[in-house]
Write a protein that binds this ligand. Structure first.
Ligand SMILES: Cc1ncc(COP(=O)(O)O)c(C=O)c1O
Length: 408
């Protein structure tokens, strides 16, 4: 059967393989349990501790869930939702942007509802690039940023981030001729997977380059509320944001509503119009019931991210200390939700790469991380650990990891 060549370039293999390994592990564990019951021989595997996804165990604000529940029974919640009907949502977003960044945003023309920020960043290249156009990505990158470029048959230009430089992007590494050919740059600070908050000055430098060279600047900012150290950069803080930029925000991380697929873009009118036109082919926005929940989150639970930071800070500090005590030193990240860990020395000595390490770790401990290679070539040699379980479970996981490292 015909399948597009495009699919072979999507590069989702690392994540699919990690998923398969998890399923296989759970299956093996279940059969050992049955075996033990039948034979009396006890050789059980520890339960899976899945730290491979940034899908939080923390809960959304009650106000948001109640608003969704109350709106579910309304007939209009079941209908298709055209763009015009999203105005109350867009107005709530504009008011939030004014409170949060002091930015005057026009809800009519500069805001767009999204079915998750991943949807928006993945579709944007199709709206602004022609096949073969060059687009800059940070390396390591969030995988769907690359996926979006692949879907649009664009040409990725990778800007390596380096640990020694504190993961600061050095835009001067691109030659003047590279800048001349570039059409889009996709950035995101606070940064997944390096868990680095970043600085406003880094983004300001990107805005200056984008304006100078006529490049669209897309800033993916789902972690804007999850800086543990420093202040999260935002495109909306830059006075020129509407000249060349579009910024993506999400309800998934700040309000724990990931499964509800709610996000928005704020940006230059022509970019919002282009993305909206593209999305017109693809979806009918989210239900009004879900939008009611998003509005409630913005208006009634603005302090929610602060509570989350408190929890993530404790998880970060205790898990970092636990891993260090088990012989896996790390640099403490400045943003919530993830640890970005260089492979332990013993694994490097044994020639393991990020995927073979991840597979062996799962096999030996039941703890599943994400191989850094899944975030681009710059992620090779690293693992991402998501702090999405209670601190006691994380610490127990660290002990399992420590015992396994001893055996390596
Ligand atoms: C950088 C980045 N962008 C987007 C997303 C997805 O967010 P959403 O749930 O809004 O699609 C994630 C999720 O982990 C992310 O890390």
């Amino acid at each position: 059967m015909p399948i597009s060549e495009r699919l072979s370039h999507l590069g989702s293999g690392v994540f699919a393989r990690n998923d398969q390994r998890k399923v296989a592990y759970v299956g093996r564990r279940a059969s050992r349990v049955i075996d033990a019951e039948l034979t009396g021989r006890v050789d059980l595997l520890p339960p899976l501790l899945d730290l491979s996804l940034g899908s939080t165990d923390l809960q959304p604000p009650t106000a948001a869930i109640e608003a969704i529940a109350a709106a579910l029974g309304r007939p209009e919640s079941a209908g298709y939702c055209l763009h015009a009907a999203t105005l109350p949502f867009r107005e709530a977003v504009a008011a939030w942007a004014a409170r949060r960044f002091g930015a005057a945003v026009d809800p009519q023309t500069e805001v767009l509802l999204l079915v998750g920020s991943q949807e928006g960043t993945a579709h944007l290249p199709l709206a602004v690039l022609n096949p073969g156009d060059a687009a800059l990505l940070l390396d390591p990158y969030y995988p769907s940023h690359m996926g979006g470029l692949r879907l649009a048959s664009a040409r990725p230009v990778l800007l390596p981030l380096e640990a020694e430089a504190g993961w600061r992007p050095d835009f001067e590494r691109l030659s003047p001729s590279q800048w001349e050919t570039l059409k889009l740059m996709v950035l995101g600070f606070p940064h997944n997977p390096t868990a680095t908050t970043g600085e406003q000055a880094w983004l300001d430098a990107a805005v200056a380059k984008a304006c100078q060279h006529g490049v669209v600047l897309a800033h993916d900012n789902p972690y804007v509320d999850l800086a543990l150290e420093g202040e999260a950069p935002a495109l909306l803080r830059h006075p020129d944001w509407r000249r060349c930029g579009i910024e993506f925000f999400s309800f998934s991380k700040s309000w724990c509503l990931g499964g509800y697929r709610l996000a928005f873009a704020i940006g230059a009118e022509w970019l919002i119009t282009a993305l909206r036109q593209l999305k017109g082919v693809v979806d009918f926005n989210q239900s009004l019931a879900l939008q009611a929940g998003a509005i409630a989150a913005l208006e009634q639970a603005p302090e929610w991210p602060q509570r989350l930071r408190h929890v993530y800070r404790e998880r970060r500090d205790r898990m970092a200390a636990a891993l260090e005590a088990e012989g896996w030193p790390l640099r403490r990240p400045s943003m919530a939700l993830y640890l970005w860990l260089q492979l332990p020395q013993v694994a490097r000595q044994r020639g393991m790469d990020s995927e073979s390490f991840c597979a062996a770790l799962l096999e030996g401990t039941g703890v599943c991380l994400t191989p850094g290679h899944g975030f681009g070539p710059g992620g090779e040699g690293w693992q991402r650990l998501a702090l999405v379980h209670p601190v006691e479970d994380l610490e127990a996981g660290a002990r399992r990891i420590g015992a396994w490292l001893q055996r390596l």
